[in-house]
Design a protein around this ligand. Structure first.
Ligand code: SF4
Length: 347
């Protein structure tokens, strides 16, 4: 049942599939207007959070995610590496901070971290936090003890995507279940770490799967703080190498629907930006995306160069958020609303 309308109040909304589908299917101009209106109630619309992602352990993953070049079950030609040394991770994070990134995301191609890896992981979190950056990790499945250790080290965010709808999930991954994904998200939440969870478009799913993925995320005990929406970059040698491209307008619809259903989340344009024009990215920002990954590579895939991003920001009048900047406080929100002629409906 839909308990409340995020357009008109701040109460938690529990979404049905039908209610979410009605949002997703409305005429695009209505959807974009509503998404931008919700966005302005909760965020400064001209500020975008910049994250930098580093692969701290690449390839050789035992999981079989059919989109992923890092799975040892596919023939992408990617060779496996060992866990990166702590000092190198910290040096890379310092460079990212000096180039403007405020959140440092560290990813390892694991089913789950092993006990022997935890001291190194903890040292990475502590070292990156000491630089004044927000920290995020994606290490695969976590149990309660592992989550508690990461929380104790000061980890701000943990990324674990649900990837797609529960109905389509088994067509994409067979080595871990959708329920196990949710268990990890719950362990992370219970440990007090902020949850980053989203999915990927282009896995052969239909529109209903896309909507249902958002319903699962929005109806978690607490909606994720951060919602990455990825566009598949097909990789040769993976089962999805010939996947049909995602329609750009469908992608914008997903961003807008995510913004409306999770009004306080950072909605992140993640993998796939290399395939997006400036115009498409601008539409995504208007639809409520307010976070991107910056840097030349995104784990093992290309990402737009930073100069191109900064040129686009200048053209659009966007500015990067500072570290730990989230939704504006009530006073700033009131200021934004009062100063904004586009949303008289909300005054
Ligand atoms: S997506 Fe993650 S868990 Fe899945 S194969 Fe790739 S690295 Fe492993």
């Amino acid at each position: 049942m839909l308990h409340s309308d995020p357009n008109t109040d701040d109460h938690r909304t529990i979404w049905t599939s039908d209610a979410a589908r009605a949002v997703f299917d409305q005429p695009l101009m209505d959807l974009l207007f509503r998404a931008q209106t919700v966005h302005r109630r909760h965020f400064d619309p001209n500020r975008v959070q910049l994250s930098r992602l580093l692969s701290i352990k690449t390839g050789g993953c035992p999981e079989d995610c059919s989109y992923c070049s890092q799975s040892s079950r596919h023939n992408s030609g990617l060779s496996a590496s060992k866990l990166m040394e702590v000092q190198r991770v910290i040096a890379e994070a310092r460079r990212a901070r000096d180039a403007g990134a405020t959140r440092y995301c560290m990813g390892a191609a694991w089913r789950s971290p092993k006990a022997r890896d935890m001291p190194q992981i903890v040292a990475m979190i502590e070292g990156v936090k000491a630089l004044g950056m927000e920290t995020c990790m994606t290490l695969g499945m976590l149990d309660a003890d592992q989550s508690a250790q990461l929380a104790e080290a000061g980890l701000d965010y943990y990324n674990h995507n649900i990837d797609t709808s529960e109905a389509h999930y088994a067509n994409v991954i067979t080595t871990r279940t959708f329920a196990e994904r949710l268990d990890t998200l719950e362990a992370v939440r219970q440990a007090g770490i902020k949850v980053c969870s989203g999915g990927i478009l282009g896995l052969g799913e239909g529109s209903q799967d896309r909507v249902d993925m958002l319903v699962t995320l929005a109806n978690l005990p607490s909606p994720p703080d951060s919602v990455p929406i990825n566009m598949l970059i097909p990789v040769a040698g993976t089962p999805l190498e010939d996947a049909a491209p995602v329609d750009p307008i469908d992608f914008v619809r997903m961003i807008a629907t995510a913004r409306i259903m999770m009004p306080r989340a950072h909605v992140r344009l993640s993998a796939g930006r290399t395939a997006m024009t400036d115009e498409l990215q601008a539409m995504c920002f208007f639809a409520g995306a307010n976070s991107i990954f910056v840097g030349d590579t995104l784990l093992t895939k290309d990402n737009p160069e930073e100069e191109a991003d900064m040129r686009l920001f200048a053209k659009l009048g966007l500015t990067p958020m500072v570290a730990h900047e989230h939704a504006p406080d009530e006073a700033r929100r009131a200021e934004l609303l009062a100063a904004d002629p586009a949303i008289p409906i909300l005054r």
